[in-house]
Write a protein that binds this ligand. Structure first.
Ligand code: MN
Length: 270
């Protein structure tokens, strides 16, 4: 009888949690190390995750394998954020062109490891700008080091001077792609702050959006519904309460919830 009462008490105590559903999923964010003295992530990513119903968690750069794995143990999805150019020599075997921008070798290694381990462990993954390019090289693709000097006939300004939450060039989105599902548009104006771009698409990935000059603006992993990337910056709009691209983050949060449930299911281990 006492045991029964205890069970009823526990159930009543847990009811608000049960009715609320599960807890919000944790979304890891790759970071930059600034001048070697800081770990930094633009607030726009943080705010976008919160708006989409997730809990942002910043991942500081490390090359310790155990630390890396423990970080991944504790997140339900991952966003590879924007930033520096990728080192062409190390990651796709090309000599650096004069127009290559600043690179961050420590960050490259961390981001590539994060991308590969996330996919290996079934952690949902979204790449944004540099993150989109990192995913491509992590799985065997290459990049244009500099669009103006390498993409012949490109007459699109991919480094806009307009405000960040203003779409300046159009992209065409493939039907039946994750991006199409997430934002419900076939063509839309995006913001653009890059001079590098995907060249050879990594094996196993497909292009899901392009600019009019053919530059790859979105990709996803074939045979997966949780690995995708964009060349533009949806987080700048989302953080400004503009809902056009909110679906990109809401989708990730939904996949993160599913991943968290799988993870804690009895009998299922990673
Ligand atoms: Mn662009």
């Amino acid at each position: 009888m006492k045991k029964f009462r205890l069970h009823v008490l526990l159930l009543v105590l847990m009811l608000p949690t049960l009715l609320q559903g599960q807890q919000k999923p944790i979304i890891g964010l790759s970071s930059t190390s600034g001048e070697g003295s800081s770990t930094a992530v633009p607030l726009t990513y943080v705010e976008s995750i919160i708006r989409a119903g997730g809990v942002p968690m910043v991942l500081p750069i490390t090359h310790d394998h155990q630390l890396l794995h423990r970080m991944l143990d504790n997140i339900d999805a991952l966003i590879l954020t924007g930033g520096e150019d990728v080192d062409p020599l190390k990651w796709y075997g090309e000599e650096p062109l004069p127009a290559l921008g600043g690179i961050a070798p420590e960050r490259d290694s961390f981001d590539v490891a994060l991308a590969r381990l996330a996919v290996q462990r079934g952690i949902p993954l979204l790449g944004i700008c540099r993150g989109h390019q990192v995913i491509n090289v992590a799985f065997g693709g290459t990049l244009y080091q500099d669009i103006p000097s390498q993409v012949k006939g490109s007459e699109v300004k991919h480094r806009q001077s307009a405000p960040g939450d203003y779409g300046t060039h159009t992209i065409r989105i493939e039907q039946n792609s994750l991006l199409h599902k997430q934002i419900g548009m076939q063509s839309i104006a995006v913001n653009s702050f890059h001079h590098q771009a995907v060249k050879d698409v990594a094996p196993g990935f497909k292009v899901t959006a392009t600019a009019v000059d053919g530059v790859v603006e979105a990709m996803e992993k074939m045979g997966s519904d949780q690995v995708y990337s964009v060349q533009f910056h949806p987080e700048v709009f989302t953080a400004q309460d503009i809902d056009t691209f909110l679906g990109i983050f809401e989708y990730l949060v939904k996949k993160a919830e599913e991943h968290a449930m799988d993870k804690y299911d009895i009998g299922i281990t990673e």
